[in-house]
Ligand binder design. Structure first.
Ligand code: MRU
Length: 352
């Protein structure tokens, strides 16, 4: 049995999730960068709450957290009644599945754990923990492959812009789009720019913190400075992650991704989506069918207006959908899909 926390390498030292005998240790991402604090969760309800409150966030990371949540649920339900635990655990899996709606990795990981649950005889923990470790380790391995593939596209570029946080904090480790940035940095290339990513500030609080931990220099910009940055010619590529990719290549990612893709096309800047195949939802035909999460308006409203009685409200969709036609390539661990559309995506699907 392997444990992912062992696979820390140079320029990749942060881990958002760690398994311990007591349960799942999560780095509380709401408190970064000023407070670095891990909390251990010993039951599935706590893990579901940690996902919905965004202690842990990022599509692959919430899938991995849910897999460990299923292990904790099995431990508890088997102790309660070894004869009925497989029925009882369904409520826990449903709770984990309802924690956030957009990132398909959550549902993918839970489906995978459910199929392992069906195979178990006797104490489920050793078998399910092995499955959760596999999900975790495969994610890191996929990220390293994608990092090098994506970085090969950046050869000759002088600058790259990334959005949100797609690094070790958002995955099992290394990161998707930020993995490409890490690999590109190792190649000795490119100036790295990161957006603030309002309103939750994944860029300003998480991405630049994570890069600083690993000694990778980066320049933070306000979201609203992105088009102007492109106009200056400082970046030739934008690299983003994904929360769900539809079967035609339409991609849901952090709010603001669509605006970046529109501006990139206008300025002749190339646009790269980096995501493991666990982020592709083959059952979702187009981006129109992707449920976009809307979070509490108070994440956005100035506290002055958040007071009750104010006539001011806020609309807070936290993802948007970028049409495949605006994406130059989707980098996966199985290869690069150039000019993604239904046909190009099907070639990737058939290579499974
Ligand atoms: O709301 P978040 O912080 O969970 O959103 C995260 C993103 O949108 C990331 O870009 C995406 O999950 C890819 S992370 C490798």
């Amino acid at each position: 049995m392997s444990s992912s926390s062992a696979s820390i390498t140079f320029n990749d030292t942060v881990r958002a999730l760690q398994w311990s005998e007591r349960g799942l240790r999560l780095l509380d991402q709401r408190k970064l960068p000023s407070v670095v604090e891990y909390e251990t969760f010993d039951n599935a309800k706590g893990v579901a709450e940690a996902i919905s409150s965004m202690r842990v966030r990022g599509a692959p990371a919430i899938g991995i957290a849910a897999a460990y949540g299923a292990v904790l649920a099995a431990r508890q339900r088997y102790r309660e009644n070894p004869d009925t635990w497989k029925e009882a655990i369904e409520a826990d899996l449903a709770k984990l599945a309802s924690s956030r709606p957009t990132a398909v990795n959550l549902f993918w990981a839970l489906d995978r754990m459910r199929s392992e649950i069906e195979k178990v005889n006797g104490d489920p923990e050793p078998h399910l923990l092995k499955a959760a470790f596999s999900i975790h380790d495969e994610d890191i391995a996929a990220n390293r492959v994608m990092g090098d593939l994506g970085a090969s596209l950046l050869v000759g570029a002088s600058g790259v812009l990334t959005h949100c946080n797609t690094g070790s904090l958002a995955t099992g480790g290394y990161g998707t789009a930020l993995g490409v940035v890490r690999s590109a940095y190792r190649q000795g290339v490119v100036k790295i720019f990161a957006t603030e990513t309002r309103p939750w500030l994944q860029g300003a609080r998480l991405t630049v913190w994570e890069l600083a931990q690993d000694g990778i220099p980066a320049t933070l910009i306000a979201d609203s400075a992105a088009a102007y940055l492109m106009k200056t010619g400082a970046v030739q590529w934008i690299a983003v992650g994904a929360d769900r990719i539809a079967a035609n290549g339409d991609t849901a990612n952090k709010i603001g991704t669509y605006a970046l893709a529109v501006a990139a096309r206008h300025h002749g800047v190339k646009f790269m989506v980096v995501a493991p195949t666990s982020t592709i939802d083959w059952r979702t035909e187009t981006g129109e069918d992707i449920k976009v999460e809307e979070r509490d308006q108070n994440e956005l409203l100035n506290e002055y207006f958040a007071r009750s009685g104010s006539v001011i409200t806020a609309w807070n969709p936290v993802f948007d959908v970028t049409p495949a036609a605006l994406i130059d390539c989707i980098v996966t661990e199985r290869g690069i899909v150039r000019n993604p559309d239904r046909h190009a995506m099907k070639v990737l699907a058939d290579a499974r």
